[in-house]
Design a protein around this ligand. Structure first.
Ligand SMILES: Cc1cc2nc3c(=O)[nH]c(=O)nc-3n(C[C@H](O)[C@H](O)[C@H](O)COP(=O)(O)OP(=O)(O)OC[C@H]3O[C@@H](n4cnc5c(N)ncnc54)[C@H](O)[C@@H]3O)c2cc1C
Length: 321
């Protein structure tokens, strides 16, 4: 079997950026773009409309168009793209073995870019108003004209929810924080900021159960988790801040993960516990979770892989391909 220099798993901003850099370094990377495990080819930005904060696009660009252009750039530099899900990896032997639904390959190096999936509540009306009032990322979408000078709601009780609620006060006239219990999991400092903010109202024991509107979101049906009472809340925005699931099931038992399942990388690098395996993007970052940071770490991983492949017998390795 032909041994690949470098296999990249995932085709979000991290995966395509790693492919562009590895392609330019003449590593002829093979990218498993995914199919439906952990998202779609192109990653999370395929599920959004306008991306207004990726540098180089002063007028914004749609998520799918941005990902199409990244893909084209990866192809231009010689990446071999396969639209398939990886279903098994074996990092215990070298070369590593990567098995997808329809193909199995051996590789000297692997960059994991399988991203994360934002949790949703799947309430009634969610699909209808997704991107038309409902979002999973306040930092990404909060500045949209849709949410300026209107009332919005944030669901969640942790630090992310607190941070997103505070961020949204820059644009929205009022932010309703919907908390399912009678306490927040956010740090004390964040809680104090929330309690003190005049534009934030906390609704304890509250969960949204349906969304309604007319093309854009106009309101929510809330359920009281204690009494079961139903009430209405007029808002034009609903932001989920209930966490993400990193797409790492595949790597359990081989790659070291943190308590939430994110891949642990060493220091400022993208190096994992296994030499020759790197991780980039949201799969190893639950802090920034932005396209540009994912792309940046994809670049880092490709540069680290290139150096590693050169240091560890580049001549013999590269001549195999
Ligand atoms: C609705 C929404 C809007 C957003 N808007 C913005 C924004 O405006 N600006 C911004 O900077 N960020 C935004 N983000 C965040 C941004 O999308 C992510 O930070 C970024 O996409 C992470 O990139 P990634 O490459 O790490 O992973 P992802 O984009 O999550 O991509 C993961 C890739 O891995 C693939 N994959 C998963 N499992 C497998 C497998 N087993 N085999 C093969 N492939 C697999 C998937 O198919 C996918 O291609 C938004 C996120 C969401 C959900």
């Amino acid at each position: 079997m032909r041994v690949q220099n470098l296999v990249i798993i995932g085709s979000g901003p991290a995966g395509y950026t790693a492919a562009i850099y590895a392609g330019r370094a003449q590593l002829k990377p093979l990218v498993f773009e995914g199919f439906n495990a952990g998202g779609v080819p192109g990653g999370q930005l395929m599920t959004t409309t306008e991306v207004e904060n990726f540098p180089g696009f002063p007028d914004g660009i749609t998520g799918p168009q941005l990902m199409k252009q990244m893909r084209q750039q990866a192809l231009r530099w010689g990446a071999n793209l396969i639209t398939d899900d990886v279903i098994k990896v074996d990092f215990r032997q070298r070369p590593f073995i990567i098995t997808a639904n329809e193909k199995e390959v051996q590789a000297f190096g692997v960059i994991i870019c399988t991203g994360a999936t934002a949790k949703r509540l799947h309430i009634l009306g969610e699909d209808e108003f997704w991107n038309n009032g409902i979002s999973a990322c306040a930092i990404c979408d909060g500045a949209s004209p849709l949410f300026r000078h209107v009332e919005v709601a944030v669901v969640g009780g942790g630090d992310t929810a607190a941070e997103e609620a505070l961020y949204l006060t820059k644009y929205a006239s009022q932010v309703h924080l919907l908390v399912r219990s009678d306490q927040l999991r956010a740090s004390k400092t964040m809680q104090n900021r929330l309690f003190a903010h005049p534009q934030i109202k906390i609704h304890w024991h509250s969960i949204p159960i349906s969304a309604h509107g007319n093309e854009i979101l106009q309101g929510l049906c809330l359920k009281n988790t204690l009494t079961g009472d139903i009430s209405q809340l007029s808002v034009n925005g609903l932001f989920y801040a209930i966490g993400h699931i990193p797409n790492t099931e595949l790597f359990k038992g081989q790659i070291t993960l943190d308590a939430q399942g994110y891949i642990i990388t060493e220091g400022k690098s993208t190096t994992t516990n296994i030499s020759g395996v790197w991780a980039a993007g949201d799969v190893q970052d639950h802090h920034y979770r932005q396209a540009v940071t994912a792309a940046g770490s994809g670049c880092m991983a490709a540069l680290e892989a290139e150096r590693w492949l050169s240091n560890y017998g580049s001549l013999s390795i590269l001549s195999v391909v």
